[in-house]
Design a protein around this ligand. Structure first.
Ligand SMILES: [Zn+2]
Ligand SMILES: [Zn+2]
Length: 556
């Protein structure tokens, strides 16, 4: 293949080159451009790529004003994009009690207790990130557990997936939740055999308590955004696709961009149905604002719960709790008119769907919207709607994505986290359609990759490793993990570059290292396309370049 690239380079007129502002040389550049897969140097003019090729040819773009940055053989990939994460949540994780590391029930309690000791009586204690997967036994905590260590403070602690929270008795009391309180639509108040609330609230039931917690001040939200952005660019992300925001956060994002404070490119979705989606429908999309740093053209719908907390809507009951098959969190009849309006106005829709029932019904709804609003009545003929997670699928529904042109937005780390408990929830048979990356690719569907941080760590190397190995970060694989669903390194790289760009209508500007595109790239400490799998987890981002500007550099 390399001779072909060389021939193409020779054919290109590069002699009378206009000088570049910056030349990045001595790199091992994986371009994700099929016509020129590998290169050594990239020349940048303004915020765009002017040249990609050999070190020698790059010299033709050099004059007295050109800065030359020696990459010392570093591996360069197109600017990595996290197709699904929550930027404010990522920042908040750094600010509030982070329960992620609690690998035992005792460690979880100890962390909470530590916080209780520092908190005034009566003040709320909130935190996020606990997950019972490796606790012995792997059971949800209860309000009684929390009452013992926090009798005088209301406590609200969200499970890692964000779809369930455990609260203590003080919090239940403030929210008025008692034996007689019915489950809200799209949520569940877990109760014991005698009918007493146990303290676990699933999906929409969380809102009953959450609405009583004082809202964070505006300054705290700003700080969360700023911390989130700092963290993302240090990890090598050049763009994140923010999977949902309320109106106040949309305004905050715009203000922060106006003030030039956001170095990261953000592709933002507005939550719907609701005020944020309504405003987007009325005002229309914002495209490539603030020098291509902010686009908003998407409505995010959350259609069911999550697998771990048994809120994901399944076609058949949970294997480890046969009295439930989960629930939908939105009403179909309310979504259809929203979807039709979105098509007419050229707004993209992305929907969180985890269970096989949620996935089937959302595809039905998309299909009905496409049929009732034909291409000539749409503002954008090819809507590129997405399903977020597409985690558990009935075999017959997998080919429907490609057929309908629906993009599959998947998070490789979810597989290697969830597969520890998925066999218990689903039984072995249903795992055939779970986290089925390769099955989707084989049908011709576009699969873009994300992390869903702060649900997961949100590190590109963990995602890349998970996608190609389908093993835990300790290298484990177990019965029912379906290792054949692992993808190749080339496919994994595409998921986080060109496919992510396509999923955002951005493939003209982003997703590959190619003349004319925005100069976004990530420089890594090792060659992730060649090194043994476990070494990927030790690979660091050494430089993040966005629009030709080095926004992060690891000076180790
Ligand atoms: Zn989700
Ligand atoms: Zn999410």
């Amino acid at each position: 293949m390399r001779w072909l690239a060389v021939l193409l380079l020779i054919a290109r007129p590069i002699s009378a080159a206009e000088p570049a502002d910056v030349i990045f040389s001595n790199g091992s550049v994986y371009t994700v451009n099929e016509r020129q897969p590998h290169a050594e140097a990239v020349a940048v003019r303004g915020d765009r790529i002017a040249f990609v090729g050999s070190n020698a040819d790059a010299q033709k773009f050099r004059d007295n004003h050109t800065r030359v940055i020696d990459l010392h053989g570093g591996t360069v990939v197109p600017g990595l994009t996290d197709s699904h994460c929550h930027i404010f949540g990522i920042g908040e994780r750094e600010m509030t009690m982070n329960l992620e590391g609690a690998n035992s029930f005792e460690a979880f309690l100890a962390k909470v207790q530590e916080r209780v000791a520092k908190t005034e009586r009566g003040q709320w204690i909130t935190g996020r990130g606990w997950i019972e997967t490796f606790w012995k036994p792997p059971q949800f905590p209860t309000r009684a557990d929390l009452d013992k260590i926090a009798p005088a403070n209301p406590v609200y602690l969200t499970r890692a997936d964000g779809h369930a929270s455990v609260v203590n008795s003080a919090a239940l009391k403030i929210a008025g939740i008692a034996r007689a309180t019915p489950n809200p639509f799209g949520g569940e108040i877990l109760k014991d055999d005698s009918g007493e609330p146990m303290g676990m609230l699933l999906d929409n039931a969380q809102d009953i308590v959450e609405s009583k917690i004082p809202k964070p001040a505006e300054a705290e939200r700003e700080k969360a955004l700023s911390l989130g952005v700092q963290r993302e660019i240090a990890l090598g992300w050049c763009e994140i696709q923010n999977a949902g925001s309320e109106l106040s956060d949309v305004q905050l994002l715009r203000r922060a961009n106006e003030a030039g404070q956001v170095k990261l490119r953000i592709y933002n979705a507005a939550y719907g149905p609701g005020a944020a989606a309504q405003k987007l429908l009325e005002e229309g999309p914002t495209l490539n604002a603030y020098r291509n740093h902010f686009t908003q053209r998407t409505i995010k719908v959350v259609f069911d719960g999550a697998l771990g907390s048994r809120g994901a809507a399944l076609l058949a009951p949970y294997s480890d709790r046969p009295d439930t098959s989960g629930f939908l969190t939105q009403k179909e009849a309310e979504l259809l008119p929203l979807f039709q309006e979105a098509l007419r106005r050229g707004i993209q829709v992305e929907t969180h769907a985890i269970g096989d029932r949620a996935n089937r019904i959302i595809l039905d709804l998309y299909e009905r919207a496409f049929q009732t609003v034909p291409p000539n009545e749409r503002k954008i003929r090819e809507p590129r709607w997405r399903v977020e997670h597409a985690q558990i699928l009935s075999g017959q529904d997998i080919p429907r994505f490609a057929r309908l042109g629906v993009i599959v937005s998947m998070q490789p780390s979810h597989a290697i986290s969830d597969l520890f408990f998925a066999p218990a929830r689903l039984g072995i048979d249903r795992l055939a359609g779970a986290y089925a990356w390769n099955s989707f690719l084989k049908t011709g569907a576009v699969v873009c990759g994300g992390s869903d941080a702060p649900v997961e760590r949100g590190e590109p190397m963990i995602e890349f490793y998970a996608a190609i190995s389908r093993k835990s970060t300790k290298g484990e694989s177990r019965e029912g993990w379906h290792s054949e669903q692992a993808v190749t390194r080339e496919q994994a790289l595409r998921m986080f570059t060109v496919n992510a760009a396509y999923a955002a209508f951005e493939e003209i500007d982003k997703g590959a290292i190619e003349p004319g595109k925005l100069a976004d790239f990530t420089v890594l400490s090792a060659d992730i396309m060649k090194i043994p799998e476990p070494e990927i987890l030790n690979t660091r981002c050494v430089m993040t370049v966005i629009g030709g500007e080095t926004v992060f550099e690891d000076r180790q």
